[in-house]
Design a protein around this ligand. Structure first.
Ligand SMILES: Nc1ncnc2c1ncn2[C@@H]1O[C@H](COP(=O)(O)OP(=O)(O)O)[C@@H](O)[C@H]1O
Ligand SMILES: [Mg+2]
Length: 252
């Protein structure tokens, strides 16, 4: 699967939010998008997922124009909340139910993934009874079952502490490899982007534009890389680009 975002621009109420954004996502790649709050990252995901239409530019999937079409990619919203009155299993099968599968069919499809997603034995538990990491993995499995090939994840790991984060990254890399998932991940966490991704795109400026694309070495997906000067150099470069965006910007 090959996702291309080509020259996408978007404004709201005559205010330009995004200008001329182009992104390429190849099979099994992980791309991170880094940018300050309010720069237009979620807007970009809304456009890629088809729930918003760009003013200009297009989104292609394997060469087919899917601009404005929903249901083509999986999308995990920022602050993705589970339904707290439903069990983990019922939360996971929600997208399959929406697609028209009966409850028993949906369960049959979902259950085999529980082990891989670290949710074995949690099927009948409620979100409040499991850890933050499990809530996150439940939301990820739910997104994965909606669209098994391309996932858009808006700050998927931001609620976790730093120790849980590292094991989640390793787990996510493994699950992505095994299931041939391609993902675009929005994050504020520069080290997370370096550890998880093949490519980082930095969005900056007003309107938000891609200021830099960083292709990471294969070695960046290791704990050792986190302690090298190469990592510090990449961090410095990213910070120098985004630091001016923090002025006069609302938090969200
Ligand atoms: N539906 C909308 N109507 C008007 N303005 C919007 C809408 N969605 C987003 N915006 C504005 O677009 C800008 C980018 O928002 P957003 O994409 O949520 O940023 P980010 O996810 O990078 O924090 C913000 O200034 C926000 O207020
Ligand atoms: Mg956002």
């Amino acid at each position: 699967m090959y996702l291309q975002v080509k020259n996408v621009s978007k404004s709201y109420n005559n205010i330009d939010v995004l200008r001329n954004i182009s992104i390429d996502l190849k099979t099994n790649q992980i791309i991170s998008i880094i940018g300050s709050s309010g720069i237009g990252k979620t807007t970009l995901f809304n456009i890629i997922s088809g729930i918003e239409y760009p003013d200009s530019g297009n989104v292609f999937l394997d060469g087919e124009d899917i601009t404005g079409l929903t249901g083509k990619v999986g999308y995990m919203f920022q602050k993705d909340l589970l339904l707290y009155n439903k069990s983990i299993l019922d939360n996971v099968i929600l997208p399959l139910r929406i697609k028209g599968y009966s409850k028993s069919e949906a369960k049959k499809i979902a259950i085999p993934y529980f082990k891989q997603f670290g949710l074995n034995g949690c099927e009948n538990k409620y979100p409040k009874e499991v850890s933050g990491g499990m809530v996150q993995r439940t939301a990820l499995l739910r997104t994965y079952l909606f669209s098994k090939s391309i996932l858009l994840l808006d700050e998927p790991f931001s609620n976790l502490d730093s120790i849980s984060k590292l094991s989640m990254y390793e787990w996510y890399l493994d699950v992505s490899r095994k299931n041939i998932i391609s993902s675009i991940i929005i994050t504020h966490d520069i080290e997370e982007a370096i550890f998880l991704s093949d490519v980082i795109y930095i969005i900056s400026g007003r309107p938000g534009q891609i200021m830099k694309r960083i292709d990471l070495p294969l070695t960046s997906k290791t704990e050792q890389f986190m302690l090298t000067n190469d990592l510090v150099e990449i961090k410095r470069e990213i910070l120098s680009i985004i630091k001016n965006d923090n002025i006069c910007m609302g938090l969200n």
